[in-house]
Ligand binder design. Structure first.
Ligand SMILES: [Zn+2]
Length: 298
């Protein structure tokens, strides 16, 4: 145990030196938490404060559906005290390294084990081919609160006591939910329709009373194939439902979304659903999504 701690401390120094954008240089014995993607990383960093060193593997602006870990990422996972990932196949390339790390005693926390997984409606694109559920819980602040609630005792288990910070963060996430609801209040019932780049906004739609009409890339990942027949169905749905806005996301093929916009007359609006804003705050992230939707659909 003692040896492992020494090794972890040495690894932290390397990580800190290599990662100029990371947290403050940890002191000796500061526990190391590795998080897979920036949005979840922002919440974990908010939760732990300076009580742990948080390293995020994916760069901000990287499409999480199109990411695979580098050798250095795998090394960071192996040397962490705790690894926090999304789960539900978001980090497919990390599955094996995580299993190996777990065997060696690294604690792995999968956020989607702790939220109510959204069930896709019958007839939605992808259907049974994407069994396992929707990974995009991060667009719902109350699902994120459930994750914080579940993560706090796991952090305590690896020696990071954040009970006080967890209560405060949970309260702020509840406030964020209320603020989001207030921002969206300007959107009339009849216009609460979402067409997005891929099917990323299901948790948001369920939480705030929107309906998913369709997606440019049908399915739960930006990396799905776009078949001509499905695009025809999407155009028909946009016209039938009177959808006026298509929200484009990271990984959405821009030529395709622009063509659909031209053909249907719908405006194309960027939705930053997979990228952290410049200030690195989850609260700003949700605020930007809510504002983008409210301004486009009001
Ligand atoms: Zn996505």
């Amino acid at each position: 145990m003692r040896l492992r701690l020494v090794g972890a401390a040495a690894a932290l120094a390397i990580v800190a030196a290599a990662c100029s954008g990371g947290a403050a240089t940890p002191g000796p014995g500061t526990p190391s938490v590795v998080v897979s993607y920036p949005i979840l990383g922002a919440v974990v960093a908010d939760l732990v404060g300076d009580r742990a060193d948080v390293t995020v593997l994916m760069g901000n602006g990287v499409d999480p559906h199109d990411w695979s870990p580098s050798a250095k990422d795998i090394e960071r996972v192996e040397k962490a005290d705790l690894v926090v990932v999304n789960g539900l196949n978001l980090e497919e390339g990390l599955a094996k390294p995580l299993e190996e790390a777990e065997k060696r005693g690294v604690v792995v926390f999968r956020a989607t084990d702790h939220v109510t997984i959204r069930q896709r409606a019958a007839g939605e694109a992808g259907g049974d081919a994407e069994a396992g559920g929707d990974p995009h819980f991060w667009v719902d602040p109350l699902a994120m609160r459930d994750v914080v609630l579940a993560l706090e005792p796991v952090l305590a288990g690896v020696g990071i006591d954040v009970a006080d910070r967890a209560s405060s963060l949970e309260a702020r996430l509840a406030d964020l939910d209320a603020a989001t609801r207030a921002t969206l209040a300007v959107v009339p019932e009849a216009r609460r329709l979402l067409v997005t780049g891929h099917e990323s906004m299901g948790y948001f739609a369920d939480r705030y009373g929107f309906r998913l009409v369709g997606a440019v890339v049908p399915g739960l990942t930006s990396q799905g194939e776009v078949a001509a027949g499905q695009l025809a169905d999407l155009r028909a749905a946009i016209e039938a439902e009177g959808v006026t806005v298509i929200f484009t996301e990271i990984g959405t093929p821009s030529a395709v979304v622009e063509a659909i916009g031209r053909e249907t007359g719908a405006a194309v609006v960027e939705l930053p659903s997979h990228t952290l804003p410049a200030d690195g705050s989850y609260f700003t992230f949700i605020g930007q999504i809510a504002t983008a939707i409210a301004s486009a659909l009001r």
